[in-house]
Ligand binder design. Structure first.
Ligand code: GLV
Ligand code: MN
Ligand code: MN
Ligand code: MN
Length: 407
């Protein structure tokens, strides 16, 4: 039994038309009209494959293929359809459509699993428009409460609750609180390791921890002409030093530390006004929780020192902490077994990115399957993966799920 490589690839390319960018990528930001279009297409495909659809109050979609014993907890797979503003055709979508391809393949071969199979689309995995990332799988796993999830707002003040209603995906199913037999998520690696090691499958054992911050640096707006240099409280000059410091902390924690300032807004952002305020974000990651805690302490001390030297005020708010994840031995084993049975080259790997699987792991045995992506590039419109690798990861998913869904 094997998946249909061409059908999986065609579905990926069809979905990539929704929000397609000129450079060959995808811009399908969470809870926009394009996100709705992507969801609608997924729902249509799943209904055509004989699945029933339910949507929960966080807009998570579940497509269910019944089993022989529907009292058994489902074996679930899935990922996300939302993208970064300059995203690619595979991040998230691959895991969703690999799940659909598993269902289609089970149909082709007339396989009736003991437990039902479900394919999930988790709302707002990216955390680009609404922070934090993985918020809806987080509510499902009981990490956040529903009000917290629905009240996450974008930079224009629109909340996830409002936007879910607007696009017609505010479902009525309670979020979570039901047993799941096992959860598997297939994803492109989003980094360079599998390609460099020429391995087809990454058996994911862990995911690194993350801490996200929002920083406000406060100085004073003033006229760019009359204000002498030594009298300025230029928040952007302070912020620039802080960005350098964040990067230095990442480098100081080589080879595992990661430190990124990805969003920075000088205010008022006018060419002849000295910036009186700067808002920026910090994304810290590390597969070692103690090292991540050390990065936090170093950052707080260095940024406070820079603020003092520059005569600025600073507010640092940690908005999210997703601790290091160890995936479930049973599911990691199922992925490893399926990979070996199918004869794919493979290696164990730690996920550098966050995934909905990181939260689902708290409420269900969970495992992940990585496939290589070209040059290790992701969160970029040029993100690419090979059709054969997409099919290989999907075949591993198929066999791991069938094993898990067999009583
Ligand atoms: C989300 O894609 C993340 O891992 O940052
Ligand atoms: Mn993703
Ligand atoms: Mn992503
Ligand atoms: Mn991600």
């Amino acid at each position: 039994m094997a998946v249909n490589e061409a059908r999986l690839w065609d579905s990926l390319m069809e979905m990539a038309k929704i929000g397609a960018t000129e450079k060959g990528g995808v811009c399908r930001i969470a809870l926009t009209d394009l996100d709705r279009e992507g969801r609608d297409l997924f729902v249509k495909w799943c209904k055509d494959a004989g699945c029933t659809i339910s949507v929960d109050q966080m807009g998570n979609i579940f497509a269910r293929r019944p089993g022989k014993n529907n009292d058994l907890p489902p074996v679930m797979t899935g990922s996300h359809l939302d993208s970064q503003p300059t995203g690619g055709k595979f991040d998230g979508v691959y895991g969703v459509l690999a799940g659909l391809e598993v269902v289609r393949t089970l149909n082709d071969f007339g396989i009736e699993t003991d437990a039902p199979v479900e394919v999930a689309v988790w709302t707002n995995e990216e955390g680009s428009r609404f922070a934090p990332a993985m918020v809806a799988s987080g509510v499902f796993a009981g990490v956040f409460d529903l009000d917290y999830g629905l009240s996450r707002a974008d930079l224009d003040g629109k909340t996830m609750g409002e936007e879910l209603k607007r696009i017609g995906y505010a479902g009525d199913l309670p979020v979570g609180g039901r047993p799941i037999g096992a959860y598997f998520e297939a994803h492109i690696e989003q980094g360079p390791i599998l390609e460099a090691e020429t391995k087809t499958i990454g058996v994911v054992t862990h995911a690194q921890g993350q801490r996200w911050y929002e920083v406000n640096v406060i100085g004073q707006d003033a006229h760019a002409g009359p204000t002498p240099m030594e009298r300025r409280k230029d928040a952007l000059v302070g912020a620039a030093r802080m960005v350098g410091e964040v990067n230095r902390i990442g480098l100081a924690h080589k080879p595992f530390g990661r430190a990124t300032v990805g969003l920075l807004n000088p205010i008022p952002n006018s060419r002849n006004v000295i910036p009186g305020k700067v808002f920026f974000t910090i994304d810290f990651r590390n597969p070692n929780e103690d090292a991540l805690t050390a990065m936090d302490a170093e950052m707080r001390a260095s940024l406070a020192k820079i603020a003092e030297e520059q005569g600025l005020e600073i507010e640092i708010t940690q908005i999210w902490h997703s601790p290091v994840v160890t995936f479930h031995e049973k599911c990691v084993g199922a992925v490893r077994n399926a990979t070996q049975r199918l004869g794919f080259s493979n290696m164990e790997i730690v996920s550098g990115a966050g995934h909905d699987a990181c939260y689902i792991n708290r409420v269900a045995p969970t495992g992940m399957i990585f496939i290589p992506c070209e040059d290790g590039i992701s969160h970029n419109e040029i993100e690419n993966a090979a059709p054969a690798d997409c099919a290989a990861g999907c075949n591993v998913l198929l066999h791991a799920m069938v094993e898990a869904a067999t009583a």
